[in-house]
Design a protein around this ligand. Sequence first.
Ligand code: SIN
Ligand code: FE2
Length: 305
Amino acid sequence: MLRFPADISPDGRGFAVSFPDIPEALTCGYTLESACEMAADALATAMSFSGQAAGNNRQLTCLQLGQARRTMQGIAAASASGPCLMTFDLFDNLDDATPATPPSEPLADGAVVLRGIARPDAEALLADVHAITIAAPWRHMITPGGLKMSVAMTNCGHAGWVTDAGGYRYDPIDPLSGQLWPAMPASFRHLATTAAAQAGFAGFEPDACLINRYEPGTRLSLHQDRDERDFNAPIVSVSLGLPAIFLFGGMRRADPPQRVRLAHGDVVVWGGPSRLAFHGVAPLADGDHPLLGRLRINLTFRKAL
Ligand code: SIN
Ligand code: FE2
């Protein structure tokens, strides 16, 4: 029996549907077209739920279903080799339906999503990212266990997070260039401090910013940020480009994580009782972002030293 679980993100603004069974359907002899049909039916159910939740009518459901089918045709071939996740805005293509999204959504005690607060600065932030990557290029670091990370990374600030055969650590020197990491741009510092204050952590002064670049299919498995010297300062995490499903768990790896859809400009802050929460990113769904194309870039600010 094939199942197409539909996972509606909690922000009421968009949703994500995962189709782990498209590859299974193909190996069971279904055609790509019929697998997509089945997925579309599951999606229709998910959408009518979303539509109800957002107080919308069936027309919205039908309109979005057409878009979903087209998107699915495009991604199904790519998903034939593994689980596939697609995400898109519930209100794409609708001029007059801009739902009121609460600016701040609590995730847990000490953890909050600040919707869209980095949007106005996005172009300046991305220009700064570009300048940083000229001095400190993107690289795929190696975990202490010898695995190459699928997410490409670089850093700026007084210390950069690195991993290699020697372990995880903060290093003031970029091991690729042998030079100091590029300085943290004022645009970065200002956003991080403002977001932290808005989340209740006044006086946050990050000294490290890890910059992650995700391509479709890349993911970050559940982990804790625990290489910093003290855990009093929060973590501020800025999402740019393609939307992602952020996994926000508890204090134990086995605690089932919340699945939170993060869109361009959303910022998550976690500290205090949530500072050591397990978190990660589900495999990135393909898409086309007006500023970043097929990429998601995440800036993670920390007080490391
Ligand atoms: C991280 O945990 O380092 C990054 C999380 C994200 O990309 O949202
Ligand atoms: Fe992290």
